[in-house]
Design a binder for this molecule. Structure first.
Ligand SMILES: [Cu+2]
Length: 142
C-alpha cells in the first residue's frame, strides 16, 4: 500500500504546484499615459490585489487615471453635459483613481478587483476632453 501511495502524492504535488503558483499573488500593471492614449503593460490581471503603476509619459499635459467596472464598450461610457465620463451614471462603478499625474511623474493605484470587465480612463477636461480624444482602454480581470 505504502509503495503505491507515494507516487500518487508526488504526482499530485507536481500537478498542484503550478496551479497554486499561478492563482496566488498580486498583479502589477504598468500604465503609460500620453496625450491622448492609455497603454497598460497588460490588458488582463488576476482577481485580487492589482497595483497600477501609472506614469505620465507626456511632455505637455497633466493626466489622471480612473478604473471603472462596467460591461459597456470602452468608447460608449455615459457622459455628463460637459462631455466627460459621468462617474455617477448607471452601468458603471468607479473603483478608484489617481489625479494630477504631471508630465514625467508617476503614481500608484492599488485596488482589490473581482473578476469582470473594466475600462481604464483619463477623465480630465483640461485643454481637451481626454476621454473623447481616445484616453480609454478596456481591461479584464480573470
Ligand atoms: Cu488625459
Amino acid at each position: 500500500m505504502k509503495t503505491q501511495k507515494l507516487p500518487i502524492l508526488v504526482i499530485l504535488a507536481l500537478v498542484l504546484a503550478p496551479l497554486l503558483s499561478s492563482c496566488g499573488g498580486p498583479s502589477k500593471i504598468d500604465v503609460a499615459l500620453t496625450t491622448y492614449k492609455i497603454t497598460p503593460s497588460s490588458d488582463t490581471a488576476k482577481a485580487g490585489e492589482v497595483t497600477f503603476h501609472v506614469h505620465n509619459d507626456a511632455t505637455d499635459l497633466t493626466h489622471e487615471f480612473v478604473v471603472f467596472k462596467t460591461d459597456l464598450p470602452e468608447d460608449q461610457l455615459p457622459l455628463t453635459a460637459e462631455g466627460i465620463v459621468d462617474e455617477e451614471a448607471d452601468g458603471l462603478t468607479s473603483m478608484g483613481e489617481v489625479e494630477d499625474v504631471t508630465p514625467g511623474t508617476s503614481k500608484d493605484l492599488v485596488l482589490n478587483l473581482e473578476a469582470g470587465n473594466y475600462v481604464l480612463v483619463c477623465n480630465t477636461d483640461s485643454t481637451q476632453l481626454h476621454y473623447s480624444h481616445g484616453m480609454h482602454k478596456s481591461f479584464t480581470v480573470k
